[in-house]
Design a protein around this ligand. Structure first.
Ligand code: G3H
Ligand code: ZN
Length: 289
């Protein structure tokens, strides 16, 4: 079985990106896995600190490992947006393939110093683990927001990106390039889309020469995503779009089956709804129709 690093290097050579989908329950995991398996694209599932508090750090590690082994399929697990070293260490010890160590809210020097320390600590637990660091401001959670936050002051500077990568020893960088977490109601309705600073992505790639993750992928314009991948993005994170689909699928089931109480008859509607979103995003990231 290939490692996540092998897969990322291969997808970089092929000019495509890996889809990263956040999950918080078995419905989301089943849907993302079914989409990836049907299309035969490698996939990364992520759990933030809140998501793994709900699903369980060791439980999600066991579930993802069981899918990988039983189906001999390249599905990998990421500890998304981890804000403390003890939480990162817990995930590394549980067997996660990657950790997003996110101290982007701290001043640059503190972010550098603590991220460097985390890289050393996590690699001493598992030398193959991939550590992602983050600089810049990509806003708050994967929810429906009332207003667009002003993120223009927090955009990642290419020189600072290089300095951060060289000083910390991270494997992957998450920059702020016009992306933001979550969606506006107008994005859920398909009336507006997020747009990215493609030129900045290309400059960061040239300066930092490292694998790049785009966070806040939900609601982003398709053509911008294609251009961002061509400019050097290797992983794209999608969360809010799946959460919206999960809710809509569930609502649909409850309307269609008003008297049903059997979970395995209700929940497949949510699985199908999430699977459709994951499939469509996977096709786009992998340049497929
Ligand atoms: O880490 C999670 C992602 O960056 C998801 O962002 O909810 O805008 O898709 P999103
Ligand atoms: Zn994110």
């Amino acid at each position: 079985m290939h490692t996540l690093r092998d897969i990322l290097e291969q997808t970089q050579k092929n000019g495509v990106a890996i889809g990263h989908f956040n999950i918080a329950d078995l419905v989301l995991l089943k849907a993302v896995f079914a989409a990836a398996q049907e299309l035969n694209f490698p996939v990364l599932v992520g759990v933030s600190e809140g998501e793994r508090e709900f699903i369980g750090v060791h439980q999600i590690a066991a579930l993802v490992r069981s899918l990988r082994e039983e189906f001999d399929f390249p599905i990998f697990l990421n500890a998304d947006h981890t804000h403390s070293l003890p939480n990162a260490v817990e995930a590394a010890k549980a067997g996660f393939d990657a950790i997003v160590f996110d101290l982007s809210a701290l001043p640059f020097e503190q972010n550098v110093r603590q991220t460097k320390g985390a890289v050393e600590a996590l690699k001493s637990i598992n030398p193959n683990i991939l550590v992602e660091g983050e600089i810049g401001d990509i806003g708050i959670g994967s929810e429906i927001h009332e207003d667009v936050p002003d993120l223009t002051k927090g955009l990642t500077d290419p020189k600072e990106a290089r300095q951060f990568v060289e000083s910390t020893g991270i494997d992957i960088l998450a920059p702020a390039v016009g992306n933001m977490h979550g969606m506006l109601q107008s994005m859920v309705q398909g009336k507006t889309r997020k747009h990215l600073d493609i030129e900045r992505i290309a400059q960061i790639k040239t300066a930092a020469r490292i694998l790049l993750t785009l966070h806040g992928g939900s609601g982003t314009d398709d053509e911008d995503l294609r251009r961002a991948i061509a400019a050097g993005i290797n992983i794209v994170h999608i969360n809010t779009e799946l959460r919206v689909a999960w809710r809509h699928g569930l609502e649909d089931a409850l309307v269609k089956l008003p008297h049903e109480v059997v979970p395995y008859k209700i929940l497949p509607f949510a699985v199908e709804s999430v699977k459709q979103v994951a499939s469509s995003r996977l096709r786009l990231f992998n340049n497929a129709r």
